[in-house]
Design a binder for this molecule. Structure first.
Ligand code: GSH
Length: 219
């Protein structure tokens, strides 16, 4: 096994997904913090590693080679394929497709609409008020969770069965964000139950923002 370095930040939900995956796989890793509110992800040095200027980013040093991977889903699938430990994607092709579809619904259809740079643009460039920004946030959480809830079964402890997968690694940080922004999630019993179940597992607890070495209270 080579060395793993995760560039992230405690409250980055995309980095939070990767921390959960690393913990579920039982992998040790070093963290490098980029404080988003201080624009540490926008420096030229970091953009040389990730031209998108977004976190997370994984560096994997193996056999004298330094591999650099951005995009949380690509990172998680790489970890799953590269390392042994509990599988984050099911063997069955249909179930695997459903897990990926769920993860993509979170990562492509909910998270980007409420990302820091989008909220900053709405506020600073378009001049919308804090209350309208909060309404925007809650709207896209509602749209997204309305679509996720029916994909889940009341019979399952986790998104797609009795063990957590990539889908749970994506759902939990998104629920964390929704709660942080005071969104009402009472209409989503499956999402709530799975969030609670995940929140009892060490892999999820240790990945949570408040347990990170770079944790700081939100400003
Ligand atoms: N699709 C990307 C999203 C990455 C992303 O948007 N990360 C956020 C933090 S959660 C970020 O770097 N935001 C910086 C900004 O908005 O300026 C992924 O899954 O890795």
């Amino acid at each position: 096994m080579g060395d793993l370095i995760l560039y992230g930040y405690c409250r980055s939900s995309a980095a939070y997904r990767v921390r959960i995956a690393l913990n579920l796989k039982g992998l040790a890793y070093e963290q490098k913090t980029l404080r988003l509110l201080k624009d540490e992800h926008k420096t030229q040095g970091y953009r040389q590693l990730n031209p998108q200027g977004l976190i997370p980013l994984l560096q994997h040093q193996i056999d004298g080679e330094v591999r650099v991977i951005n995009q949380s889903l690509a990172i998680i699938e790489y970890l799953d394929e590269q390392f042994s430990g509990p599988a984050l994607l099911p063997d069955d092709a249909y179930l695997r497709a459903r897990v990926r579809a769920f993860a993509l619904a979170v990562c492509c259809d909910i998270h980007p609409l409420n990302n820091l740079r989008v909220l900053a643009y709405l506020k600073k460039e378009l001049g919308i008020s804090d209350s309208k920004k909060d309404a925007w946030y809650a709207h896209w959480i509602g749209e997204g969770f309305n679509a996720l809830e029916p994909l889940l079964s009341a019979e399952h402890d986790f998104c797609f069965g009795s063990v957590p997968t990539l889908a749970d690694a994506c759902l939990v940080p998104q629920v964390f964000n929704a709660l942080r922004f005071n969104c009402d999630i009472s209409a989503y019993p499956n999402i709530q139950r799975i969030y609670q179940n995940c929140s009892r597992l060490p892999a999820f607890i240790q990945a949570s923002p408040q347990h990170q070495p770079d944790f700081e209270e939100p400003v």
